[in-house]
Design a protein around this ligand. Sequence first.
Ligand code: NOJ
Length: 545
Amino acid sequence: MSADDWWKCGIVYQVYPRSFQDSNGDGIGDLDGIRARLDHLVSLGVDAVWISPIYPSPMADFGYDISDFCDIDPCFGTLDGFDALVQEANAKGLKLILDFVPNHTSDRHPWFVQSRSARSDARRDWYIWRDPAPDGGPPNNWLGNFGGPAWSFDATTGQYYAHSFLKEQPDLNWRNPEVRAAMYEVLRFWLRRGVDGFRVDVLSQIVKDEQFRDNPPNPDFVEGQDPFLRLTMLYNTDLPEVQPIVAEMRRVVDEFSDARSSRVLIGELYLPLARLVAYYGLNAKGVLEGVQLPFNFQLIGTEWQAARIDRVVRDYEAALPAGAQPNWVLGNHDRSRIASRVGPRMARLAAMLLLTLRGTPTLYYGDEIGMTDVPIPADEVQDPFEKNKPGMGLGRDPERTPMQWSAAAHAGFTTGIPWLRLASDWRMHNVEAQSHDPGSMLTLYRRLIALRRAQPALHRGTYEALEAGDEMLAYARESEGQRLVVILNFGATPAPVPPALVPRQPIVLASTDPVRAESIEGPLVLAPCEGVVIGSANDKGPTTR
Ligand code: NOJ
């Protein structure tokens, strides 16, 4: 076992804490709830849990507006409860990853309260303050992700402050060394409490242009799209100055790595491929000094077609620097759920894809039972994105609805009133019901994960793209002489697999139905949206844990 095995060979599971499990009947998920459900994660077979923000917050952006980086919001629990969670997770063999939100704080954070109190305040420069433009308007044309300008005027001191998101989320000034030192202390605070790493929020945006130049128009903008996309974020995202800061962050988490287990940084980065892979931080000596896992969201953004995905995987594999660990993501709390994007049948194929590709997979809670986006009526909307830009399909409540555990009241999520409505089908689709159903999505996920864990070819093997025509995606995974072939039919009709691709070996797992596990005689025909793993399973293969 090497110190990196857990995040290189393992699987990450994202918990959106408000929606996972409520333990005290207030309708909001909490840390004790997560603790009570750890066995679900163990039986699923994942290795690490990433929990979205749990820190004190006015909840303008549901925890991504933090008013104290070193405590727990009372709605989620206490620091003691957090320590108990770490301990119990670790005892069950699970690593714990927290969300680190470096770009901004809440406007109620004491640092910002101080910063806005006077131009002469010692913390003034911890945030980004600028004089109004000559016409009294914002200093430049930058836009906020959730609508309106990225600047708000503060009458007390007569200047504007920058906020890439809501006006309640002022941007920190990462050019200020005091800010960097303070934020690294935040990392150390949680590392000392035993966390195994961080998912770093909007990492590419933490440094802004020193001259605050206007962003140019986006030539690809189409009327009707989110108006935020009107401009290309040339001067407030992915500036060269971000990279040395990433390396500094990495050195901080490395202080806590040891021979048994390394600490990990995962970057939230929606960037074109060439820019994305720069965040591995390959330096002149060939050492990767950036984040270990720059999130690869291409399966979220790409058209769901075999030929497109084939291209994406090949290009990604080719773009990775030597020694870089790939990773794949199907969904998260900001994007429509996979089962809604591609449909329930295809979602099974997507699960097989995610769990057989080369690289660390991240699962979004609920996807393992095929949860879908839940339409939220206008008067129940919670997400500020939807409130600020209603009716554009940008709201994120639909993919954040409560986890469906059982057929008990409110799906076993809460004894109170859930903060967000449940999917209407929760009585049928829940963890308990699917646990006993051999044909369920949950059973498929468990089998795929068990296979991945047991087979070195899947959790650490090489990737070889195979030619299988436009509707089929095929690849081989190989390790220590073991070769598994994965063939996925993205088409809407039954399709014969080119015979040359089919090894004379049994089907180890099919995405459609476990009874398909069989030896192949004669031509192999895959049903629509069916995928298979073929080869000789290595029964004694080491597991990742
Ligand atoms: C990205 C997070 O995933 C999203 O939920 C949040 O609203 C923004 N960053 C702002 O922190």
